[in-house]
Design a protein around this ligand. Structure first.
Ligand SMILES: *Cc1c(COP(=O)(O)O)cnc(C)c1O
Length: 446
């Protein structure tokens, strides 16, 4: 840790400052825009850009997503919002910084980012190897849409790292996972996955290598940086913890510089670009407050998880911060904040005891919350300053059920750890006593 520089030097450099501070100030100098006279970066929001000459237009098109361009130093020639524009560009610089990655490309939603990350890495005939429990729409994409492009997905339990070597085939190009897993908060050992993937990649040409893609939405970069743990590419739903306030949707792919241009080209042609108005909210409100929000929310999450763990009507609580969390050692290794402190996040998953065996207790509990609770809201999404509750089995992860009820044999087993009576809780910034009081009242009727 270097000591802070003198004021004149600080204007030009962010080095020596902690990430938490950098997330608030961003880059004081960026080729995207000179905002050295702004306290808040500008929202420019222009669908098209004035070109001073046809040569400038031609140069702009030539330089867009040009592999030889130094995108870090180069001042882009802006042409049209769907190609590139400054407000989103500034957010991308800061998101790369937050994940400590080389570059970031933003998309309209988390799903647009996830599908882009996978699609730029696979061709017809290739395969994806994915953990068997995933966010419902990701699972639906891999099973309903990717096969139409001739790309097959094999689902395995990536917690069993000894199975990975046998599951990787000659055609595998992407190994895809979430950790913590949505919704049950299982963890995948990313360093162990990396070892297996490195072994499989030995002797492969660069374009044939397996890339590890990690959805870091649950943890946020404040609690975990997968690029340091073995991931090649990180994806996020900006709609969740990074956006933080529930006002906008967005997604991002963060990874090595070599993927920047192909992602920009993909985004240009598929069109799922993040709007500058949404980007500005994440740039000005979401990212700068990420550390403060997460630090507070995870402190509350531990209190709530402990309350639940001791409640007689609760069968099982999954929260990486609990001493009883089965993968506690792995949690401490993987989930750390920018200062290296244990950062188990703000998400809790739990199940209720239910003698009926028909999931009635969870239903009564959630309906009571929806009707009577003041500071807990029945809603999907997560990572907001408001505490949200939902039933993944029937809501966010219903794609698994649809598959199990349908024709595809074997799908049922893939929904491991998404019990009908499971409850997902996303802790917000309310006073923890109020959250616990609302839960206590609802549990009394469960
Ligand atoms: C919500 C979510 C997504 C999808 O993000 P959208 O912004 O809703 O498209 C992907 N992965 C995880 C883990 C999520 O929670």
């Amino acid at each position: 840790m270097k000591s802070p520089k003198t004021p004149t030097e600080t204007h030009a450099t962010t080095s020596g400052y902690r990430v938490r501070t950098q997330l608030i100030h961003g880059k004081s100098k960026t080729p995207k825009w000179d905002y050295s006279h702004h306290v808040i970066p500008p929202i420019t929001s222009s669908a098209t850009f004035r070109l001073s000459s046809s040569q400038r237009g031609a140069k702009g098109f030539f330089e867009f997503a040009c592999d030889t361009m130094d995108t870090k130093r180069h001042v882009p020639i802006y042409i049209y919002d769907r190609l590139d524009e400054p407000t989103r560009g500034m957010l991308e610089e800061n998101l790369a910084l937050a994940e400590e990655g080389e570059m970031a490309v933003c998309f309209a939603t988390g799903m647009a980012a996830i599908t882009a990350a996978i699609c730029v890495l696979v061709r017809q005939g290739d395969e994806v190897l994915a953990h068997d429990t995933l966010y419902g729409c990701t699972y639906s994409f891999l099973t309903n849409w990717l096969p139409r492009q001739g790309v097959r997905t094999q689902f395995v339990n990536l917690r069993e790292t000894d199975k990975i070597a046998g599951a990787i085939t000659e055609r595998t190009r992407v190994l895809y996972l979430e950790s913590p897993v949505n919704p049950n908060l299982e963890l995948i050992d990313m360093a162990a996955v990396r070892v297996e993937v490195d072994r499989a990649n030995r002797g492969r040409r660069p374009e044939e290598r397996v890339r590890v893609v990690v959805d870091n939405t649950f943890a946020t970069p404040y609690c975990q940086r997968p690029l340091h743990l073995g991931a090649d590419v990180v994806v996020h739903s900006l709609t969740k913890g990074i956006g933080g306030f529930g006002t906008d949707m967005g997604g991002v792919v963060i990874g090595p510089r070599e993927l920047h241009n192909v992602l920009m080209l993909y985004r240009k042609d598929l069109g799922g670009v993040l709007s500058p108005k949404a980007a500005w909210n994440v740039l000005v409100y979401g990212l700068p407050s990420l550390a403060a929000r997460m630090a507070n929310m995870q402190r509350t999450a531990l209190h709530v998880a402990e309350f639940l763990a001791h409640h007689p009507k609760v069968a099982r609580v999954s929260y990486p911060g609990l001493a009883s969390f089965p993968q506690r050692a792995l949690a401490e290794k993987q989930m750390v904040d920018y200062r290296g402190k244990f950062a188990p996040g703000s998400m809790i998953y739990f199940t209720l005891k239910d003698k009926s065996g028909h999931n009635r207790a969870a239903e009564r509990f959630i309906d009571f919350v929806a009707d009577k609770a003041y500071c807990i809201t029945l809603a999907v999404s997560l990572g907001q300053i408001k505490t949200l509750i939902e039933n993944p089995y029937s809501m966010t992860h219903s794609a698994y059920q649809a598959a199990a009820g349908g024709k595809a044999p074997g799908h049922k087993n893939r929904a491991r750890g998404i019990e009908p009576g499971g409850v997902r809780l996303s802790i917000g910034l309310e006073d923890r006593h109020d959250i616990i009081a609302d839960l206590e009242r609802a549990l009394s009727v469960a």
